[in-house]
Design a protein around this ligand. Structure first.
Ligand code: 5GP
Ligand code: ZN
Length: 144
């Protein structure tokens, strides 16, 4: 993809603060360090989003996220500022907050009192019959 910034960064054509690289991925520091240690896992091949990502890469990305999470925990502990938590986040589509249309997985080390991500979801109740129908509809889609 000629005009994709993450393709260029992943290929090393644009410099980045690289934390890790292998044949499939480059892991960089996000430009936005409001949460210190915020990393992005970028596949080297262009896939727009999670729907497009091949299963093998989806699995590898999650295993890599775990390695990076453990490394972040170790690094922050060593620096004398132990982590209080960590988020793994991945946005698909503008409505979900995706701003760069090249699949990426966020690894977000958390310290108590840092920026809230966003209110994840509100507490809206659903009738039990509607919930049953919803679960059936999702189950049907999974099996079809
Ligand atoms: P999204 O909102 O698509 O899930 O996340 C895109 C992320 O990419 C944002 O957190 C943004 O700060 C980061 N970002 C956008 N452009 C660049 C860039 O050129 N370099 C780096 N390192 N991060 C970027
Ligand atoms: Zn791309």
């Amino acid at each position: 993809m000629d005009n994709c910034i993450f393709c260029k960064i992943a290929a090393g054509k644009i410099p980045s603060n690289t934390v890790y690289e292998d044949e499939d991925f480059r892991v960089i520091l996000d430009l936005n360090q409001g949460m210190k240690g915020h990393m992005l896992i970028l596949p080297k091949e262009h896939y727009e989003n999670f729907y497009e990502l091949p299963d093998e890469l989806a699995a590898k990305a999650m295993i890599l996220a775990k390695k990076l999470s453990l490394a972040a925990r170790k690094a922050f502990e060593k620096a004398g500022t132990p982590l209080d938590g960590l988020n793994i986040l991945q946005n698909n589509g503008e409505a979900a907050g995706q701003s760069v249309m090249h699949y990426h997985l966020h690894v977000l080390p958390r310290i108590k009192g840092d920026d809230p991500l966003f209110p994840l979801w509100s507490e809206a109740a659903m009738e039990s019959g509607d919930m049953k129908a919803l679960a059936e509809s999702l189950k049907g889609a999974l099996e079809s």
